[in-house]
Design a protein around this ligand. Structure first.
Ligand code: NDP
Ligand code: 8X3
Length: 241
């Protein structure tokens, strides 16, 4: 469709699946993540397969200076952006509140909340340049409910829900739509990260039911992004049955 889509956390899971969906319909992509080799491979693969343009940007969303520097240094042909997808995020640990690790709490809040704020603030001028645009934030069922040992992760995703609502109000005057998608359990690298590389525990999260897969969420994001300008899906919660 010849739009420019900016996707954070495109090196795996939802972000990668979302990138491939937009690429398949001819949109151009700015993809981000910390794992440079993966980012470059995805970028090359999509350019070859779909004949689109891709700009890989390798930075940590927690690093405020990097976020703003990358955006200030955007090449001229990438300085108008149509859609921002704030997807980068993680859970770390699953512990009782009183036993949880403070560094895990800091990392989750710095990534899921402050990282999303920094990226949004840095990208919004480029959405305005395109005369409107759309922000899609990836929240979580953990942003609508809380569960045992979910403490700071749930808090971070409740913050994403609140930020989405406040963005929608404040950005309306610029014609920028805001959608928040709240997925339930999906089998990506999410649990491997949460349980710090313990594959057995990560796998056990998805036993006894059929989890969502990244493509399920990517399909929904694409649907929301392809609606006419006057239609905004504010919020969707998507659960595995
Ligand atoms: P993955 O672990 O597969 O992907 C997470 C992505 O976020 C990676 O591309 C990772 O890239 C990126 N990321 C993490 N931290 C940073 C950082 N500090 N700076 C830049 N990029 C970062 O998990 P999912 O695809 O499942 O998760 C995507 C989003 O969906 C997250 O916000 C998660 O909270 C949310 N979510 C996930 C659910 C699930 O069950 N899987 C359900 C509901 C919501 P890299 O490591 O290369 O930096
Ligand atoms: C990820 C879904 O249920 O593990 O956000 O919190 S859950």
């Amino acid at each position: 469709m010849n739009r420019t889509i900016f996707i954070t956390g495109a090196t795996s899971g939802f972000g990668k699946a979302i990138a491939e969906k937009f690429a398949a319909i001819g949109d151009h992509l700015i993809i981000t993540g910390r794992r440079k080799a993966r980012l470059e491979k995805l970028s090359n693969d999509m350019q070859k397969e779909f004949g689109i343009k891709v700009l890989p940007l390798n930075f940590d969303v927690r690093d405020k200076d990097s976020v703003f520097r990358e955006m200030q240094n955007l090449p001229e042909q990438w300085r108008s952006i149509d859609i921002l997808i704030n997807n980068a995020g993680l859970a770390l640990g699953r512990d009782y509140f009183d036993e949880a690790n403070l560094e895990d709490w800091d990392t989750m809040l710095d990534t899921n909340v402050k990282g999303l704020l920094y990226v949004s603030k840095a990208v919004i001028p480029f959405l305005k340049k395109g005369g409107g645009g759309h922000i899609v934030n990836i929240g979580s069922i953990a942003g609508k409910e809380v569960y045992e040992k979910g403490n700071a992760y749930c808090a971070s995703k409740h913050a994403v829900d609140a930020i989405s609502k406040s963005m929608r109000i404040d950005l309306l005057r610029h014609g920028i739509k805001v959608t928040v998608i709240h997925p339930g359990a999906a089998e990506t690298e999410f649990s491997l990260v949460r349980f710090k590389g313990d594959e057995t525990v990560a796998k056990s999260v998805y036993t006894g039911f059929q989890p969502l897969i990244a493509n399920d969420i990517a399909d929904v994001v694409l649907y929301c992004a392809n609606l006419p300008d006057h239609v905004c899906i504010n919020e969707l919660t998507i659960m595995p049955t």
